[in-house]
Design a binder for this molecule. Structure first.
Ligand code: LER
Ligand code: MN
Length: 272
């Protein structure tokens, strides 16, 4: 069964980021529950921060699951990334991700590697960077499997990374890994920029598809852009996708309206 999730960011530096709720975990959970979301996706500053939150109580009180935990704060706040030329900083990036992954795993939830993947450049050429990224995904994925969860790798548009921009590139990156505990996150916003066809892109992700950022062409709530969702729903049915559609969108015109618009579109596509 496909379930609906909504993002909550607790990272001050990401105030302007594409998250529906900002700064108040309980208020976000309360509204998510009120509107009928199944889960929240959390963007926090670190694993320690997650451990310090009353997350279990709040999820229980509001009858919600934790869909996933983001690691982007490692890049936004600490400028850490897995393709850094400096081995110590690469290790710090992996350690930061592992901290968030372990905190999320206590809820059975996967961690997301998006901006933390970094990029290749003149100092770290593409093949070297790809090797760094694959070996980090191998180790972190194996650890995720041991913890009973998985890891999500997210191809991003060309303005955010030069590693993988499409689902096909993402699948090619993951295929040689020994671990089967790394899956792809398909963010419809990035895909709308990079894929020739969204339907073909989802098919390229295929068996690797593990999570979806449910968003419109404008990076606003589903329904506030020109994305056509029906063909995507059909592919997801063919692929027997049973994960989350998670609203990683700007809080426009405001958080509540973005959440309402998301769930309205979700219910239109997946009537109860
Ligand atoms: C960044 O653009 C994004 O889509 C996030 O989910 C990754 O950190
Ligand atoms: Mn995303």
């Amino acid at each position: 069964m496909i379930r609906a999730a909504v993002t909550i960011s607790l990272v001050e530096e990401a105030r302007k980021g594409p998250f529906v709720f900002h700064g108040d975990l309980e208020a976000g959970c309360q509204q998510a529950a009120e509107l009928g979301f199944d889960a929240i996706e959390l963007f926090a500053a670190s694993g320690e921060m997650i451990r310090g939150l009353p997350l279990r109580q709040l999820l229980q009180r509001y009858g919600l699951q934790l869909a996933a935990v983001g690691t982007g704060a490692g890049m936004v706040v600490r400028k850490l990334q897995l393709c850094d030329a400096d081995a110590a900083r690469r290790a710090a990036a992996a350690e930061f991700i592992q901290g968030i992954m372990e905190a999320g795993a206590e809820f059975g939830s996967p961690a997301i590697i998006g901006s933390m993947q970094g990029r290749w450049d003149d100092v770290v050429p593409r093949d070297v960077a790809t090797g760094y990224l694959q070996s980090a995904l191998e180790r972190l994925g194996q650890r995720a499997g041991e913890l009973g969860t998985f890891l999500l790798y997210e191809p991003l548009n060309r303005y955010e990374t030069n590693m993988c921009n499409t689902m096909a590139q993402g699948a090619e990156l993951l295929r040689p890994l020994a671990t089967r505990s790394v899956k792809l996150l398909a963010d419809l916003f990035h895909m709308n920029i990079e894929e020739t066809s969204l339907v073909a892109g989802l098919r390229d992700a295929g068996e690797f598809l593990g999570h979806i950022h449910f968003v419109d062409s404008t990076r606003q709530a589903a329904g506030r852009g020109h994305m056509v969702y029906e063909p995507l729903v059909e592919v997801l049915r063919d692929l027997q996708y049973s994960g989350y559609l998670s609203a990683e969108v700007f809080p426009l015109p405001d958080s509540r309206t973005a959440a309402e618009q998301t769930i309205r579109t979700f219910r239109r596509l997946y009537p109860v």
